[in-house]
Design a binder for this molecule. Sequence first.
Ligand code: DP6
Length: 340
Amino acid sequence: MKGSVKWQSPSNIALVKYWGKKGFQIPSNASLSFTLSNCHTTTELRWSKNENTDVSVYLDNVLNEGFKPKVTKFFDHVSELYPVLKTFKFDIYTSNTFPHSSGIASSASGMSALALCTCSLLESIGKLDKPFFEEASNLARIGSGSASRSVFGGLVEWGEHPKFDSSSDKHASPFTEAHPVFHNYQDTILLVHEGQKSVSSTVGHGLLDSHPFSEQRFKVAQENMAKLKDILIQGDLASFTELIESEALMLHGLMMTSNPSFILMLPNTLAIIQKIQTFRKQNDCHIAFTLDAGANVHMLYPEKDIDKAQKLIDTELAALCANGKYICDNVGKGPEQLEC
Ligand code: DP6
């Protein structure tokens, strides 16, 4: 028995951050993100019957031994739920639209693409007895927590929260009640640093286990989720800016105050943040920033501010990016199955 399937799946940027786990891939607090469009991974999974699991990963058609341990671990965990997967050999062909060295995490798009392929395989052999995307999100979470959110388009919530009815720690759910201003939000990723980030997410999440502020952080994150829900429904852009910038700085504040500590912002990260805040005050617009666990800055703004944002980039921000590089993205519709 042989077959193949191909999915394209996007990256996402969190507004309320997932940082800290309780148990295996269970988040300490709920999180919410925009699914992106242009930054995505395309993965083809080719399978054939075999006596035991075997995995080969090809990045841009070249065998990549570096990805093998993470992908093997993914199949080891997922095989506990679906033992039939132990009887396949997998060849995985993957590529990203963004350079691997750009510092943009590929785990959300990569793991969601792989989870979607795995669900398609399970469905094709009659072994999937759960709703397709819900289970793809569950499997993506096993690979990487933030990947659970990339399985859906638009705004996506993951993690149990009393104000989000269908919320679950096991899988993400689309948040569909947002004001139309958020339907085509823009994200320009300012590449401050093109190298690999210096703290892995796994290490970073672990630091919260013994962090002096962790309990307070988890409480504030849950409160921010409740506030963000109202902000999204009302389309309150001033409160949106305040909340997402606070979340970004809190994430980095947690890293800076953990033991060992990590300072992932670079001088140009701070310079960009200051330019964005000054420009916003002087130009009556809603250009805001957020950060992931790295030095790059995600500049988020509504469609009506595109011209102002471009002016800010051209006159001030591009000069602060590594080799002047930035990536223009926007909220996307979610993953897409492609012909093999
Ligand atoms: C800062 O999803 O990469 O981007 O579950 O260990 O793979 P693992 O962690 P990961 O953590 C993402 C952290 C973050 C915030 C977020 O995306 O919510």
